[in-house]
Design a protein around this ligand. Structure first.
Ligand code: NAP
Ligand code: MG
Length: 503
């Protein structure tokens, strides 16, 4: 079995206490690699390395062009090793090879985009000159925050690593990344490329370990200036509390229960497949999955029939087979969660119209496969319509008009994303305007770009990733005021406390 170590200060090292854990291939249920398990001592070591690397300016002190060159070199290496990364990601996470190839491309593009921003986004702005009562020069600077901690989930491990590392590094910060214990391998492998790309030792550190130990050590460290987290709302809430010790900056990308809305003028050839893509992509294990499908009542029965017949044709199989359209659930625990919710839906009185059971894949009997599952007869108040299942389970809810659709869509503690399917862009945009979510796709789904902000309203998050707003989350802002008069008589406000100088 392959053996992976922690990446700290430019070296691959064992955990201080020698602990290791196994990572499982979810398509077989068998372990296939051992990984060093970081504990508090290892996280502290990684944070100390990142702190030293930040404080001595070996990265933040470089000209932006130099940092951009290193990030572009990293992107180039990732592209060179794309096939290897995609395969490793598929084995570790169960994501289909079709999807993980896209993820490696997405990660590469993220590093390139942020390299570009490092050069193009100004870090200093000279403000309007003040002349009253004395002349002064004012400018506003953007400075890196310091050490940025990234904590990432198991559904898009490499892409999430890139989303956390690229903006942090472009802005001049150093980083400590804690991947999910379920899928640690590609983030560790990225460490090899970080070194090869010439990014100085200590600037990037990767410490897989358990959330409550390694994760909390990172969140509570006073030497960490920011935490960027993607994962569940429950853990996000805990992180927000734990980060208060040294008033860390915190950005959170959390759960969702996003509504995909089919209006009565939608082109169903687009909307049906779009809705299926919205929920069954990565077996439903996507924070912005369109897990609630709201359908105009006049189309409901026709849409459901077509959804069911299309869903039953989806090819479930091993992730590395290029014909596979849906791979396994990431872990036995997550599979159990999905099964539990199917049972809850039935007990609540919803009607299971397809799926609802584990799928059998020949030669992969121990794998965590689950059928594409659809419920109808769902009320918005039901748990299966309110709680994030994070699996291939779609609930279909009918609505009467656009007002009703908006009301149901917004009936959620979450507000991450949503979709509108309509033949009338103006009407769809009017619906989008009223949805309380961070992203709305009209006649498409899942398109997240490095160029546009992504994040959640309500309990789906705090702050944004991507776009200018996402990049600026990695900076402090400093205003510098330079008095140009150097004349005591012009500083009349001093007189509030001390009498004017005697002439
Ligand atoms: P999670 O528990 O929120 O874990 C996400 C990350 O946080 C992992 O790296 C995890 O570490 C870490 N973590 C867990 N407890 C922590 C703590 N107390 N302090 C600091 N870090 C901690 O999510 P999950 O277990 O992977 O999945 C559970 C649910 O989260 C899913 O059912 C879904 O609802 C949601 N989820 C959302 C997203 C998203 O993209 N928004 C992605 C994945 C999951 P370990 O895993 O190593 O323990
Ligand atoms: Mg795994």
């Amino acid at each position: 079995m392959a053996d992976y170590k922690l990446f700290i200060n430019g070296e691959f090292v064992a955990a201080a206490d020698g602990k290791e854990f196994e990572t499982i291939d979810p398509s077989t249920g068998e372990p296939f690699a051992t990984v060093a398990q970081a504990n508090k001592a290892d996280v502290d070591k990684a944070v100390a390395a990142a702190r030293a690397a930040f404080d001595d300016g070996r990265w933040s002190g470089l000209r932006p062009e130099k940092r951009a060159a290193a990030l572009n070199a990293l992107a180039g290496l990732l592209k060179e090793h794309a096939a290897e990364f995609a395969e490793l990601e598929s084995r570790d996470s169960g994501g289909t090879i079709r999807k993980t190839k896209g993820d490696v491309g997405g990660a590469t593009f993220t590093f390139r985009t942020l390299a570009d921003m490092a050069v193009k986004v100004p870090t200093e702005q000279v403000m309007e000159r003040t002349v009253m009562p004395g002349p002064s020069l004012n400018y506003v600077k953007r400075e890196p925050l310091g050490v940025c901690g990234g904590i990432i989930p198991w559904n898009f491990p490499l892409l999430m690593a890139a989303w956390k590392l690229a903006p942090a590094l472009a802005a001049g910060n150093t980083a400590v990344l804690k991947p999910s214990e379920i899928t640690p391998l590609t983030a560790l492998k990225l460490g090899e490329l970080v070194k090869e790309a010439g990014i100085p030792d200590g600037v990037v550190n990767v410490v897989p370990g358990l959330g409550p130990s390694a994760g909390e050590a990172l969140v509570t460290s006073n030497d960490v200036d920011k935490i960027a987290f993607t994962g569940s709302t429950a853990v996000g809430r805990r992180i927000l509390q734990l980060a208060s010790g040294n008033i860390k900056k915190v950005t959170l990308e959390l759960g969702g229960k996003s509504a995909s809305i089919i209006l009565d003028d939608a082109d169903l050839s687009l909307a049906i497949d779009g809705a299926l893509y919205g929920i069954f992509y990565n077996s439903g294990q996507v924070c912005n999955a369109g897990s609630r499908l709201l359908v105009h009542r006049s189309l409901h029965d026709d849409v459901v029939d077509r959804l069911v017949s299309r869903a039953e044709k989806i090819t479930i199989g091993p992730p590395l087979d290029k014909n596979t359209e849906m791979g396994p659930i990431v872990s036995k625990t997550q599979l159990g969660t999905v099964e539990r919710y199917v049972k809850i839906g039935q007990e609540e009185g919803a009607k299971l119209v397809t799926g609802g059971e584990r799928a059998q894949v020949a030669g992969h009997e121990g794998g965590y496969f689950f059928q594409p599952t659809i419920f109808t007869g769902v009320e918005s108040t039901m748990r299966i319509a309110q709680e994030e299942i994070f699996g291939p389970v779609l609930v279909v809810i009918p609505f009467d008009d656009d007002d009703d659709a908006v009301r149901i869509a917004n009936d959620s503690v979450y507000g991450l994303a949503g979709g509108v399917w309509s033949g009338d862009p103006a009407r769809a945009m009017a619906v989008a305007d009223r949805m309380r979510t961070g992203t709305v796709w009209i006649n498409d789904y899942h398109l997240i770009s490095n160029k546009y902000p992504f994040g959640g309203y309500k309990q789906s998050g705090l702050g944004r990733e991507h776009g200018m707003q996402g990049y600026l989350e990695y900076f402090e802002t400093k205003h510098v005021h330079v008095d140009l008069s150097r004349d005591r008589a012009k500083h009349r406000w001093f007189d509030v406390v001390v009498p004017p100088l005697e002439k």
